[in-house]
Design a protein around this ligand. Structure first.
Ligand SMILES: [Fe+2]
Length: 406
């Protein structure tokens, strides 16, 4: 399947027909249904006392099965589909990347009771990632380092988006819409009409909407792919899986995931040495490391902001107060996800508490500049909508100014 990367940059999404090869649809439906049933058993068991019987399956507006967690040898075609030329291969083309890997494998299901529309949103938080325009200009100039997909197994028009909204901030009208009537159709928003087996690949920065979480049968595969070696550094740079499940896969499929894991480890090696260069105030090695992480010369500062957020997480994990907390509390302390936390904790093992603190200190001027911008543009940090208002990268503060700030 041939795609045009520029189409994704121009529109923020591409609809592709028959992403699921016609002769695989029936078997995939069967396997995914088996995995839904397995996950329902897990959810029923994990139900909290205050929840209705069934747990997540009966309470969630959009029950989401991370299917690698329940896959077995008989249903391995579900995971293998994520390695297909039409999914992984297309993602790699769109990211113009020498390598690409799966970050997330999920299945979005209909709820058992009508939940109606969700709220319009963007899948990013500029206050914990990077100022919105920085991430957007990085995407426009260097192309994506991360792409997201919805691939329904049954006809699906639940997903809406506002074309081209990924590469600009909210208009004042959109901002008001999000604040006052987030569950109503957005001006400029369009439904993405997908037949069974079609797919939409899109920028998760764009405004989008789960327009109706009704009881109509919905089994939509939701995937994320990140690049290794693309011009930009991926906004999503971690995996929501670990290698445990790959024991159920064929030797060939397992080898692909092992390779993804190796790519991640190699990336961690580069970040570790880049952090040590920062620690040692070694500007040349820092510039080299940064150029490996973000080969595109323009908007390289966005990757520095991402590194600052990672340095903050590592420093936090290494503090004596946090390191003695339970795993749930440690996950909360760095706002990680239960499925990717192990990657942060493993990476933190590469540094002493003193080194982590010192690396973090080198980012303090950058941190303060971003905090000042948040104070000016985000009236309420607890509001997801308000956090989209952090749009501006620090002014007159590029990589060389960052180095001078050490
Ligand atoms: Fe979303």
């Amino acid at each position: 399947m041939k795609v045009d990367p520029q189409q994704l940059i121009d529109d923020g999404y591409i609809v592709l027909r028959q992403v699921v090869p016609h002769d695989q649809l029936k078997a995939l439906r069967t396997s995914f249904e088996t995995l839904v049933e397995k996950q329902k058993v897990v959810w029923a068991r994990e139900r909290k006392p205050e929840e209705r019987p069934g747990g997540v399956w009966t309470t969630s507006a959009q029950p989401r099965v991370f299917f690698d967690e329940v896959v077995d040898a008989a249903t391995a075609n579900t995971v293998e589909f994520c390695l297909h030329e039409n999914t992984l291969g297309v993602s790699q083309q769109l990211m113009r990347a020498p390598e690409a890997a799966i970050t997330l494998m999920a299945l979005m299901c209909n709820p058992v009771q009508d939940h109606g529309p969700a709220s319009w949103h963007r899948d990013i938080d500029p206050t914990v990632q990077a100022p919105l325009k920085g991430m957007q200009m990085d995407y426009v100039k260097n192309g994506p380092g991360y792409v997201q997909w919805n691939i329904p197994l049954y006809d699906d028009n639940v997903f809406w988006l506002v074309p081209k909204s990924y590469c600009r901030p909210n208009t004042p009208e959109e901002h008001q819409h999000l604040l006052t009537r987030p569950q109503e159709p957005m001006p400029g928003g369009i439904p993405i009409e997908l037949s069974a087996g079609d797919g939409v690949v899109y920028s998760h920065m764009g405004l989008h909407w789960g327009s109706n979480y009704s009881t109509k049968l919905r089994r939509t595969v939701h995937l994320g792919y990140r690049a290794f070696g693309s011009a930009s550094y991926p906004i999503v740079d971690h995996f929501y899986w670990n290698l445990e499940f790959t024991k159920h896969l064929s030797t060939e499929a397992r080898a692909r995931f092992e390779h993804f894991s190796q790519l991640h480890t190699q990336q961690c090696d580069v970040i570790e040495s880049t952090f040590h260069a920062i620690h040692n105030k070694d500007a040349d090695n820092f510039r080299d490391g940064l150029a490996k992480l973000h080969p595109g010369e323009e908007e390289r500062m966005v990757a520095v902001v991402f590194l600052s957020k990672l340095a903050d997480k590592i420093r936090t994990l290494k503090t004596p107060e946090v390191s003695k907390l339970s795993i749930e509390e440690r996950i909360g302390a760095i706002s990680a996800h239960r499925l990717n936390f192990h990657l942060y904790e493993d990476f933190a093992d590469r540094f002493s508490a003193e080194a982590a603190e010192s690396i973090w200190q080198r980012f303090s001027t950058l941190y303060e500049k971003i905090e000042a911008e948040i104070a000016q543009s985000v009236p309420d940090r607890t509001s997801r909508v308000m956090r989209y208002q952090l749009t501006e990268m620090p002014a007159n503060f590029e990589v060389e100014e960052f180095i001078r700030s050490w």
